[in-house]
Design a binder for this molecule. Sequence first.
Ligand code: ADP
Ligand code: SF4
Ligand code: MG
Length: 325
Amino acid sequence: MSAFLSVRDLRKTYPVARGLFGRPEPLHAVAGISFDIPAGTTFGLVGESGSGKTTTAKMIMAAEDPTSGQIVVDGQDITTHKPTERFAFRRLLQPVLQDPYSALSPRMRIGRIIDEPLRIHRTHRDKASRESRVAELLDAVGLPRNAADRFPNEMSGGQRQRVAIARALSLEPRLMVLDEPVSALDVSIQAQILNLLRDLQDRLGLTYLLISHDLAVIGFMSTQIGVLYLGRFVEVGPKAALLTDARHPYSLALIAAATPHSRVPPVSGEIPSPLAPPPGCQFHTRCPLARDRCRSEPPSLRTIAPGHLVACHYAETTRRETEDA
Ligand SMILES: Nc1ncnc2c1ncn2[C@@H]1O[C@H](COP(=O)(O)OP(=O)(O)O)[C@@H](O)[C@H]1O
Ligand code: SF4
Ligand SMILES: [Mg+2]
């Protein structure tokens, strides 16, 4: 299977001034990540707030320039694109974001919101063909056709997210970047939207980059999972490996937090500031298994099974030790 999206050693560093007169210091929002998403599959990016998920999404959507690294979409390195190439390429990649309300202009009717990309990209010259495309898209996302005449504030949160999905689908993208697509919705509505996204993927062969802080959402949707901590992967692998054979103490804590009656404690304390990340293993300040070596020697991301990579010195024994703890 060939990768539809391939990310290599991607980095984003922001200069951030500490205090009013402080010299800018580098904040490594994304500190060198690599992954591939085979066409038609879902890569789930999970991690706490501040771990670099949205920055990664923005670079893939070409809304932020990477500091370094490569992003290859359908065989083309988009980091070297000129603005005109970017515009044409944007059709292939569409975002669906957390808050459907702020993403939709309140004064535009739903029909207009959905057909705006068609007008911007001049794919459907006449009004009748745009109207029939809007009707098709409303069908595809399970909204009644008369929804086209309504305004966003006349719809529920779930309906608005369906509108955002219809708009994202309008130009027949191949990759959708879903950044916390259900985080703002009630749990009962979340499942409906996730099922819709899965159906659309099957029907249209879409490739998804799914971002969520919620491991239950990631586990339900993903083919592969990457766990981010302070802008780096601490563990990456096929879904089954991550959910049943996770090795990084941070992954184990996230799984425990999503599992009722788990004996493993959830991760304690705050995520450290990315302006002053801990030396050695960056997780050592919160790791229940940390020992001296962890405080000085950074673990590399190493392969422990095909496609399953872990950044922990003690990946071979973490499961046993966590359960015994
Ligand atoms: N434009 C920016 N300028 C400075 N720092 C930023 C900027 N955008 C994000 N950051 C910082 O980068 C880190 C990662 O942020 P983000 O990618 O939004 O994380 P997530 O989506 O996982 O919550 C955070 O520490 C955040 O404060
Ligand atoms: S390297 Fe050490 S501190 Fe880091 S996750 Fe593994 S055991 Fe914990
Ligand atoms: Mg985010």
